[in-house]
Design a protein around this ligand. Structure first.
Ligand SMILES: [Zn+2]
Length: 374
C-alpha cells in the first residue's frame, strides 16, 4: 500500500505531493514583496517624516481585501503588491505585517494549534503566554521616533486574548468604534463615515507628539458570507474618499490587508471525513479555514495519510508540517504533522460561509500596500 501511494514515513515523506513552499514560490509574482516588509515600509515613512513635517499617520487595516480590488477601487492611491504569508490566516498575517516576522519566526500558524505539550489552544481565546519573540512592531518603532502609537480596536473590540495583546503591544488602545461588528451591519456610507469619525477623534485629541493611528476594519466578516458584493465595493470606494479627506488635512494615509478570500464550497463528504478522523485515529486536529492539520499518534501516520489520500479530492493537498512550515521552525513545532491545504473550490467552511481563506491561491495571497500621499 505504501509503495502504491509513494509514501514512506521518513523525512522527505509525503513525496507524492509538491511542497507548498516550493509551489507557491514558483507561483509568486516577482513584482510583489512579502507583507513582512510592511513594518519596514512604515518605519521608512516615519523616518522621512521625522526629518521634516512629522505629520500624523493613519493606517487602515482592512481585513480580507485583495490587491486587485484595491487597484480597481482606489484611484487616488499609489498601490504596491504585497504577498501574504502561509497560511493566509488573519492571526498569522496581521502579526507578520505589524512585527515583520515570518510565521516560522513568530510561531502563530493559525487559530487552533498546540503550544507545546498536548493542550490545543484557540488563539482568539487563549490568555496565557504565546512565546512570540519580543522583537517590537510598528508601534514600538513609532514610539522610538517620538510618535504616539494608537490602535483603534474597531472590530476587535470584543476580543480579549494574548494574541491581540502581542499584536497591538506598545500601542494605546482606543475603544468605542465598531464597523463590521456593529449590529446590524451599517450601510457602506455609514461605515465609511464611522471610520473617518474614529480616526478624526484621535487626531483631534490634544497631543504634543504626532500620532500613528492603526485602525482595524474587519471587512472579512461580510465577505465570508457575501463575497465581494456591491456593499463591499462601495465601502472601498468610500475608503479612497476618506483617505483623500485626511490627506487634505495633512495626514499621511496608508492602507493594508492581510489576505483575500476565495469562493469555497462546503463539501459534506469532506466534512464527514474530517470529523471522523479524530475519532477513528484518536488524534487532535487544528488549523483554520482552508488549511487544517492532524496530530497523528505515533505509528498511525501511514494509515491516516492513506485514508486522506483515498477520500479527499485531488485539489486538497496533503503534505507534511516540515514542507508547509519549514523544518525546525517554531510554527512547525506547533502544527500537526499532517497538513491539508485546499487548493481548489471544494473543502469545508464554517457557519455557512461561501468565501474563505487560509491557503495560497492568488486571490488569497496578494494584498495591497496603499499610500495616498503621492
Ligand atoms: Zn483576515
Amino acid at each position: 500500500v505504501r509503495k502504491h501511494l509513494g509514501y514512506s514515513p521518513i523525512p522527505g515523506r509525503f513525496d507524492t505531493v509538491q511542497p507548498i513552499i516550493r509551489k507557491s514560490g514558483s507561483r509568486s509574482d516577482p513584482n510583489s514583496r512579502s507583507i513582512t516588509t510592511f513594518r519596514a515600509s512604515i518605519l521608512a515613512l516615519l523616518e522621512r517624516e521625522a526629518l521634516d513635517a512629522r505629520r500624523s499617520m493613519v493606517i487602515f487595516a482592512l481585513d480580507g481585501i485583495p490587491h486587485e480590488l484595491a487597484v480597481a477601487l482606489w484611484p487616488n492611491a499609489h498601490i504596491e503588491k504585497m504577498r501574504s504569508v502561509f497560511p493566509t490566516t488573519s492571526s498569522s498575517a496581521w502579526l507578520s505585517s505589524l512585527s515583520g516576522a515570518g510565521v516560522e519566526q513568530h510561531g502563530i500558524p493559525g487559530i487552533v494549534f498546540k503550544l507545546g505539550g498536548d493542550q490545543l489552544i484557540n488563539v482568539y481565546q487563549y490568555k496565557g503566554p504565546l512565546g512570540v519573540p519580543p522583537n517590537g512592531n510598528i508601534f514600538s518603532d513609532a514610539a522610538r521616533l517620538g510618535y504616539l502609537p494608537i490602535s483603534v480596536r474597531g472590530d476587535w473590540e470584543a476580543f480579549h486574548c494574548a494574541w491581540l495583546d502581542v499584536l497591538l503591544n506598545h500601542s494605546r488602545a482606543v475603544f468605542g468604534y465598531r464597523f463590521y461588528t456593529a449590529t446590524p451591519t451599517p450601510e457602506p456610507d455609514v461605515l465609511a463615515a464611522a471610520v473617518l469619525e474614529a480616526v478624526s477623534a484621535c487626531l483631534e485629541e490634544p497631543s504634543v507628539a504626532p500620532q500613528l493611528i492603526w485602525c482595524f476594519i474587519e471587512v472579512d466578516r461580510h465577505i465570508h458570507d457575501h463575497g465581494y458584493d456591491e456593499p463591499v465595493l462601495r465601502f472601498l470606494e468610500r475608503t479612497d474618499e476618506i483617505a483623500m479627506r485626511l490627506v487634505e488635512r495633512d495626514v499621511v494615509v496608508v492602507a493594508h490587508s492581510d489576505h483575500g478570500l476565495i469562493r469555497t464550497n462546503h463539501d459534506q463528504s469532506i466534512e464527514r471525513l474530517l470529523a471522523q478522523i479524530p475519532v477513528e485515529f484518536g488524534c487532535a486536529a487544528g488549523g483554520a479555514g482552508r488549511t487544517r492539520w492532524f496530530y497523528p499518534r505515533p505509528g498511525t501516520e501511514d494509515r491516516l495519510v492513506a485514508t486522506l489520500q483515498r477520500h479527499l479530492p485531488a485539489t486538497v493537498r496533503i503534505c507534511s508540517a516540515d514542507e508547509a512550515f519549514g523544518i525546525g521552525s517554531l510554527a512547525c513545532a506547533r502544527v500537526g504533522e499532517i497538513v491539508l491545504i485546499a487548493e481548489g473550490d471544494d473543502f469545508v467552511t464554517f457557519g455557512g460561509h461561501s468565501f474563505d481563506h487560509g491557503s495560497s491561491t492568488e486571490a488569497e495571497l496578494y494584498v495591497p500596500y496603499a499610500h495616498w500621499n503621492a
